[in-house]
Design a protein around this ligand. Sequence first.
Ligand SMILES: CC#CCOc1ccc(CNS(N)(=O)=O)cc1
Ligand SMILES: [Zn+2]
Length: 267
Amino acid sequence: ESKPVAWGYEGDIGPCNWHKYFPKAGGKRQSPIDIDTSATQYDGSFKPLRIHYDSHMCSSLTNNGHTFCMSVNSDQCNLSGGPLEDKYRLLQFHCHWGSDDTKGSEHTVDGHQYAAELHLVHWNTDKFKSADEAIEKNQGIAVLTAFIKAGKEHRGWNHVLSHFKDIKKVQGTSTVNEDFNPKCLLPENQTDYWTYEGSLTTPPCHESVRFIIFKEVVEVSSEQLAQFRSLCVCSSRKRDTGEDEHLVDNFRPIQPLNGRVVKASFQ
Ligand SMILES: CC#CCOc1ccc(CNS(N)(=O)=O)cc1
Ligand SMILES: [Zn+2]
């Protein structure tokens, strides 16, 4: 079993060196990208997006050292329609955020970076037998994405944030049993989105991802954003000052578009 390679967001193990151990990171269809809204192309052929999540699924929340990850194990949480040809099942959701409210999203819109970005990761159950297989295949993964900015409090997010004290340290895990439906984390407008073909934004950076990025931005309070930053990057104290190192700025830099066209579901 090959030893897992350490990677992160700064220093020698940071994004500029990922390609040395994860060759896909140097590919031609990498993510994230800047969405230049003057260059997007309206596609009138998209069917309505179909997002069917049930709330009665037990899920577990983990701090994996790179983000918090809510693993979902319900075959009742499915995504289809829009630009997708197949049916996709929700595997997990997580976020990327900054050290303050001025940065944190991975994708940008006309150069504007948001405070955070939500990724709901789905795998293609029509074409593949497992998520492990789908994660490295073209059309294997669909990531529903919502931008997050500081504003009014988001009650739905409190169902997730209330478990953060249990996962402050790495590999901390908490079981989430309450009646929670991740659909509540999405913006109201689910008809206006951009979509393009890209990659996982973290190693191994497989070029297997169809991104679907909602135009409407979700608001959470500054205090809720601060709770994202309360997670730690390791299981023990890291700094020689005995201070905990907090998990922040877990976003990959913008990658070259290399001629890809970003489609829009709206004019
Ligand atoms: C089975 C399995 C697996 C691993 O699945 C993932 C899912 C998401 C990610 C994070 N990539 S991102 N930020 O593009 O969603 C990495 C591995
Ligand atoms: Zn992500």
